[in-house]
Ligand binder design. Structure first.
Ligand code: IPM
Ligand code: MN
Length: 276
C-alpha cells in the first residue's frame, strides 16, 4: 500500500527534534522471538518520550503481543496515569441525539499500573501496592480536575459488589479529597456511569477509575463523542522519572490495513499531547 514519505527539515534554533525508530513489533518477534530487546526498558529510558502506534497481529496471540510489548512497558515503567481526552465537535457529531458542540468534553484518567488487568492477587489491602497505586492516581486525578475550569471530578467505583480493592479505592478517594476542598467530586458506580455518560454528558468533566473500568468507559466515551478511531491517550509517569508514552486508543486494525482509509487523528492528537 502507499507509504507516505515525509521530509523533515529540523533547521536551526528550536527547530530540531530527534526521532529514533525502534522496530519493536510482531514482525520482530517472528524473526527473533522477542518483541523488544532484553534491555528494552533501559533503551526507552534514554529517551524523553515515546510515541506508540498499535500492537496486535494475526501471527501472535493477543496475550503474547500485548504482554511482551505494550503492557510490558506501561506497568513496569510505572506509567501509572493513562489520560484519555474525549470531545465532540461540529466536525465530529455525537452519537447521541440533542448533544451540542462541546457537551462532551471529558478527561478520563485510568489507573494504568495495577488493578484488575494485572491480576492483583493479595494487593487489595492497606499497605499493599494497590493502596499506593490508588493514592497516586487519586492525587493525579484531583490535581487534573483542579487545573480545569469546572474543578469537577467523578470517581468511578463498584464498591457495592467488588470486594477486590474497591472499598479501599473509595476510602482513599475520600481521604485524598480532603486535601482538595476546592474540587467538587462525586462517586458513581460504573454501571450507572454508562447511563450518566449517555443521558447527562455535560454533567461530567474529569473522570477517574480503575484500569478495567476506564478501559471500558473510554471506548464508550469515544464512541459517544463520535468515533473510537480518533481517540488519543497518554501513558504518563507524573513523577517524570521515566519517559511517558503517547498512543492512539485504537488497535492495529488489520481489517482496514492497506486500504488507505485509516484516520491518523488519534496518532496526531497523541503526538500533540506529547509535545504539550
Ligand atoms: C487500550 C487497549 C489495551 C488495554 C489492550 C489492547 C490491552 O484496549 O489501550 O485500551 O486494555 O489497555
Ligand atoms: Mn481498551
Amino acid at each position: 500500500f502507499k507509504t507516505y514519505r515525509i521530509a523533515t527539515i529540523p533547521g536551526d534554533g528550536i527547530g530540531p527534534l530527534d526521532f529514533t525508530e525502534l522496530d519493536w513489533s510482531t514482525a520482530r518477534y517472528k524473526k527473533t522471538g522477542k518483541y523488544m530487546p532484553d534491555d528494552g526498558l533501559n533503551v526507552l529510558k534514554t529517551f524523553d518520550a515515546g510515541i506508540f502506534g498499535a500492537v496486535g497481529a494475526p501471527e501472535a496471540p493477543d496475550l503474547i503481543s500485548l504482554w511482551n510489548l505494550l503492557l510490558a512497558i506501561r506497568g513496569p515503567m510505572q506509567l501509572y496515569a493513562n489520560v484519555r481526552p474525549v470531545k465532540n465537535s461540529p466536525k465530529l457529531p455525537s452519537l447521541l441525539r440533542g448533544v451540542e458542540d462541546g457537551d462532551i468534553d471529558w478527561l478520563l484518567v485510568r489507573e494504568n499500573s495495577e488493578g484488575e488487568c494485572r491480576g492483583q492477587g493479595g494487593r487489595t489491602h492497606r499497605g499493599t501496592p494497590w493502596e499506593a497505586a490508588t493514592e497516586r492516581i487519586m492525587r493525579f486525578a484531583f490535581d487534573t480536575a483542579r487545573s480545569h475550569p469546572r474543578k469537577l471530578l467523578t470517581v468511578v467505583t463498584k464498591s457495592n459488589a467488588m470486594l477486590n480493592g474497591m472499598v479501599l479505592w473509595d476510602e482513599v478517594a475520600a481521604e485524598v479529597a480532603r486535601e482538595y476542598p476546592d474540587v467538587k467530586w462525586d462517586k458513581m458506580l460504573v454501571d450507572a456511569m454508562t447511563v450518566r455518560m449517555a443521558a447527562n454528558p455535560e454533567s461530567l468533566d474529569t473522570i477517574v477509575g480503575t484500569n478495567l473500568h476506564i478501559d471500558i468507559l473510554s471506548d464508550l466515551a469515544a464512541a459517544l463523542a463520535g468515533s473510537i478511531g480518533i481517540a488519543a491517550s497518554s501513558n504518563l509517569d507524573p513523577t517524570r522519572k521515566n519517559p511517558s508514552l503517547f498512543e492512539p486508543v485504537h488497535g492495529s486494525a488489520f481489517d482496514i490495513t492497506g486500504k488507505g482509509i485509516a484516520n491518523p487523528v488519534a496518532t496526531l492528537w497523541s503526538a500533540s499531547k506529547m509535545l504539550d
